[in-house]
Design a protein around this ligand. Structure first.
Ligand code: G3H
Ligand code: 13P
Ligand code: ZN
Length: 330
C-alpha cells in the first residue's frame, strides 16, 4: 500500500470547496507520458494554479502503474523545484470497477472516479457507494457520474447523450456519499463533439455547436447548493492547431469542441472541475506533424516532442488564465 500522502499529493476536497466559493474551476488534465506531465506542471506552476492530474485506465496500461506512482511523486518534487509547490491531485478518470479503483487507491491515487453512468440507476448507486466506503477509509475523494455523455468514454461507448436528470441528484449524492458529481449537459468526449448537422455554420464556414444545457446545470445547482460539479468532455478543439494538423498531412474533418465562453460561464457556477484531454492531444500532434514535415531528416524525439511540449504548456497556461480562472488560486 502506498498512500498518496507519502507522495506529497492531496485529495480534491479542500480544492473543490475553495473553487466553488471562488467561482472558478480546477483544471483536470489527462496525461500518458513524461512530456505531457512536464507541460502540465510547468503551466500550472507558472500560472500558480492547483491541478488534477488525470489518468484513464488506458493511460495506466500504457504508462504502467508503478511508473505512474513515481511520475506523480516526481511531479510534486518538480513543482517545488520550479519554485512554487502547487496542490496536486492524482485522479483515476472513468474508473469502471471497484477493483480498479481499489488498486489505484492502494498505489498512490488521491482521488478516483467510479463511472457507473451507463449502468441502471440502482447498480450505479450500489457500485459508487461501495467505492466511496473503501476510498474514504483512506481519505481518498470520489467522483460519481449521472447522465451519459455522447461519444466515447474510454471503453464505454454511448451513441446518444442522456442528460442528467436533476430529480435524481439528491438521492444519488445522499445514498452514495460521493464528493463530486459529473453531469451530462451537452458536452462529449473527443475532437468531433457534434455532427455537422447539429451545428450552424458561421460566414467563414466555422462550425458553431449547439449551446450547453445551462438550464439543467442551474436545476442541479438548486438541488445541491455548493456541491462540486464536474464537466467532462470540455475540450475546445482549437482550430489553429486543427488547421496545422490538416495542413501537414492530417485529416481531422469536422472537428468541433465546446466554445470557451461556455466553459468560462460553467466555471463560474458550481462546476469546479473541468476535464480536458483532446486539446492536449491536438496541440502535441500539430507540433509533431509540423516539425517532422518541415524537417523530414529529423529522427531525434526531443526535436519534435520538445516543441510539442512547449505548445501544450502555452495552451494550458491560457486555459488556466482565460477560461477556467484557476490561475493565481494555488
Ligand atoms: O474521457 C476519456 C479520456 O479522454 C481518456 O481517454 O481512454 O483514450 O486514455 P483514453
Ligand atoms: P475531452 O475529450 O473533451 O478532452 O474530454 C476529456 C475528458 O472528459 C476526460 O475524462
Ligand atoms: Zn471524461
Amino acid at each position: 500500500m502506498v498512500s498518496y500522502k507519502e507522495l506529497g499529493l492531496v485529495n480534491s476536497r479542500a480544492m473543490f470547496a475553495k473553487a466553488v466559493k471562488g467561482g472558478y474551476a480546477i483544471p483536470a488534465y489527462n496525461f500518458n507520458n513524461m512530456e505531457q506531465l512536464q507541460a502540465i506542471i510547468q503551466a500550472c506552476v507558472e500560472t500558480r494554479s492547483p491541478v488534477i492530474l488525470q489518468v484513464s485506465s488506458g493511460a495506466r496500461k500504457y504508462a504502467n502503474a508503478t511508473m505512474l506512482r513515481y511520475m506523480a511523486q516526481g511531479a510534486v518534487a518538480y513543482a517545488k523545484e520550479l519554485g512554487y509547490p502547487i496542490p496536486i491531485v492524482l485522479h483515476l478518470d472513468h474508473g469502471d470497477s471497484f477493483e480498479l479503483c481499489k488498486d489505484c487507491i492502494e498505489n498512490g491515487f488521491s482521488s478516483v472516479m467510479i463511472d457507473g453512468s451507463h449502468r441502471p440507476y440502482d447498480e450505479n448507486v450500489a457500485l459508487t457507494k461501495k467505492v466511496v466506503e473503501f476510498a474514504h477509509t483512506y481519505d481518498v475523494t470520489v467522483e460519481g457520474e449521472l447522465g451519459i455523455l455522447a461519444g466515447i468514454e474510454d471503453e464505454v461507448s454511448a451513441e446518444h447523450s442522456t442528460y442528467t436528470q436533476p430529480e435524481e441528484v439528491i438521492d444519488f449524492v445522499t445514498k452514495t456519499g460521493v464528493d463530486s458529481l459529473a453531469i451530462s449537459i451537452g458536452t462529449s468526449h473527443g475532437a468531433t463533439k457534434f455532427k455537422p448537422e447539429q451545428c450552424t455554420r458561421s460566414a467563414n464556414g466555422v462550425l458553431i455547436p449547439p449551446p450547453l444545457r445551462f438550464d439543467i446545470l442551474e436545476a442541479i445547482e438548486k438541488k445541491l447548493p455548493g456541491f462540486p460539479i464536474v464537466l467532462h468532455g470540455a475540450s475546445s478543439v482549437p482550430m489553429d492547431f486543427v488547421g496545422i494538423i490538416n495542413r501537414y498531412g492530417g485529416a481531422m474533418k469536422d472537428a468541433v469542441g465546446i466554445p470557451e465562453d461556455q466553459l468560462r460561464k460553467a466555471a463560474k457556477s458550481a462546476v469546479c472541475k473541468i476535464n480536458i484531454d483532446s486539446d492536449a492531444r491536438i496541440a502535441m500532434t500539430a507540433l509533431v506533424r509540423k516539425v517532422l514535415a518541415e524537417h523530414p531528416g529529423e529522427f531525434d524525439p526531443r526535436k519534435y516532442l520538445g516543441p510539442a511540449r512547449e505548445a501544450l504548456k502555452e495552451l494550458l497556461k491560457r486555459k488556466n488564465t482565460e477560461v477556467l480562472g484557476s490561475a493565481g488560486q494555488a
